[in-house]
Design a protein around this ligand. Structure first.
Ligand code: GLN
Length: 536
């Protein structure tokens, strides 16, 4: 039977519950335990797939095609695991299930209520992963902040679960903020006292307090928090602001969080988390020998969380190349005129995924600039589609070639809607989602980078390369380097007359890991370093 760790948040949002949960998971995993992490989000959207990236940042996609919160990306990157549909639950999903059961008559005439029907469904979902695999520990991050109206049913379900299961099987870590007041030069505990009171109010005594702070918390403060919040002093853990998110597992290990957790869960485990590869990554990250500037051309760059996995992939691949990667956010719309200046000092251009017409012209310009100036180029999803349109227009002379997403009447629909998509009405969960196999051409650069011809990558899109035009593209050097072995859809395009010009219909960024950086990103950074060498 699995044991449960819940992570709640107090005082404010954005304290980094996801990173704390992922770091603890990493420590436990390194001690030989089978761990997974799930996130429960209190919003009513069934999943974040329909959300504008400005709302919550990137929508992360799992192998089995779940569109999820970006924290799942942290879980996968930190723990090197694959999450699934069951790892991200929203209030929308909970209500959808309960309401369809009600419509089917499953409640046999009963009045359907938040307690017990909604809370029972939450509890069922809390434990869903337990029946899938033999996990020792399931960590659950509860989204939102204690005290929010939306969070109440989740906290009530947690209270019940604590009551349903044996004492040592469920524990709660409350992540809270200890603000530092400059004027009085003091760390303040009052907000934490209040947020713990909120928890006690709904019947939950936190077992561990993890205190986000910008200064070290003293023994005295620990004692005070322990007294007022009803925990042992040693269960008050400092979570100090870290230089990078990758420092957090080590900082928490120093605070003995993993030991305390195991003691409370009554798990005997004398192993120490060595974090060997992790530390190597950190050393490389902090001691770069080279620097490269990479332009990330996108539509949502005001909120870089919209590109979280891409930015993280660059960090992994940079460390792997002992290189500091400066990701320069470039707003696609700024590239419509006089753009050379913006792209002048970059050694690589990545055109990002996206939806809708805004910024398309600028992205086309970025692709052309990269292609004509031999600047390493990586186009992801929409980025690849734009590269195809640019090539059609400027090399194949197909005037007004386009994706039918932007011009349904284009004379050259080089990117077109997949047949399965034509008659779809519902927007939620209806894209081509999740992992698909792809066979790489053995003579392609891409297969050389991957070191294999059989790969599997994750997708999230409706439009595709139109195979009707493939011959014309290939005749001019733009080759299909990877295809879906079943549907024959083009998944990778490579331009031969260029040092590094690759477009991928899938999202490699979802599969980059701290201990296993993605081969395409590694190769892209290598190409950028090469570009620097040639042009310096
Ligand atoms: N808008 C494009 C499509 O739906 C690309 C999507 C993406 O970049 N994820 O096909």
């Amino acid at each position: 039977m699995a044991k449960y760790i819940f992570v709640t948040g107090g005082v404010t949002s954005s304290l980094g519950k996801g990173i704390i949960a992922a770091s603890l998971g990493k420590l436990l995993l390194d001690r030989g335990l089978n761990v997974t992490i799930q996130k429960f989000d209190p919003y009513i959207n069934v999943d974040p797939g329909t959300l504008n990236p400005y709302e919550h940042g990137e929508c992360y996609v799992t192998d089995d095609g779940a569109e999820t919160d970006l924290d799942l990306g942290h879980y996968e990157r930190f723990l090197n695991i694959s999450t699934s549909q069951a790892n991200n639950v929203t209030t929308g999903k909970i209500y959808q299930t309960v309401i369809s059961k009600e419509r089917r008559g499953d409640y046999l005439g009963k009045t359907v209520q938040i307690v017990p029907h909604i809370t029972n469904e939450i509890k069922r979902r809390f434990r869903l992963l337990e029946y899938k695999e033999n996990y020792d520990i399931i960590i659950t991050e509860l989204g939102g902040t204690v005290g929010d109206i939306e969070s109440l049913p989740y906290l009530e379900a947690l209270r019940q679960l604590k009551r349903d299961l044996p004492k040592n099987d469920v524990l709660t870590i409350h992540l809270t903020l200890i603000p530092y007041l400059k004027t009085s030069q003091e760390l303040k505990t009052k907000p934490t006292q209040h947020s713990v009171k909120e928890l006690l109010h709904v019947g939950i005594q936190p077992d561990i307090l993890a205190c986000r702070t910008e200064r070290h918390i003293t023994d005295e403060i620990k004692e005070k928090l322990a007294l007022f919040c009803n925990v042992r002093k040693q269960d008050v853990i400092e979570a100090i602001d870290a230089e990078t998110i990758y420092d957090v597992p080590l900082l928490l290990q120093k605070e003995k969080l993993d030991d305390i957790v195991l003691e409370k869960l009554n798990i005997v485990n004398r192993k120490k988390a060595t974090l060997a590869v992790w530390k190597e990554h950190l050393t490389n990250l902090k001691n770069p020998k080279h620097t490269v500037n990479i332009a990330l051309v996108g539509k949502y760059i005001e909120l870089m969380d919209s590109y979280k996995s891409i930015v993280e992939s660059f960090i992994h691949a940079g460390a792997n190349n002992e290189t500091k990667v400066n990701v320069i956010p470039v707003k696609a719309e700024d590239l419509t005129k006089g753009f050379t200046e913006i792209l002048e000092n970059v050694s690589g251009i990545l055109v990002a995924p996206g939806f809708g017409e805004r910024g398309i012209e600028g992205k086309l310009n970025a692709v052309r600039f990269a292609r004509e100036n031999n600047i390493p180029f990586l186009g992801i999803c929409l980025g690849m589609q734009i590269a195809i349109v640019e090539f059609a227009r400027n090399v194949l002379n197909m005037e007004n070639a386009n994706s039918t997403e932007f011009d349904s009447k284009t004379p050259y629909p080089v990117i077109d809607l997949m047949q399965e998509q034509v008659n779809l009405i519902n927007k939620g969960g209806t894209m081509r989602l999740g992992a698909y196999k792809c066979t790489l051409d053995k003579d392609s650069k891409t297969s050389e980078f991957y070191g294999t011809t059989e790969i599997e990558e994750r997708h999230r899109h409706r439009y595709e390369f139109n195979n009707k035009y493939l011959e014309q593209f290939e005749a001019m050097g733009m080759k299909a380097a990877g295809k879906n072995p079943v549907s024959n859809l083009v998944e990778v395009m490579e331009y031969k007359d260029h040092p590094f010009f690759i477009g991928v219909q899938f999202h490699p960024e979802y599969k980059s890991r701290v201990v296993k950086p993605h081969p395409l990103f590694i190769a892209f950074i290598k190409a950028a370093l090469n570009y620097n060498k040639i042009n310096s």
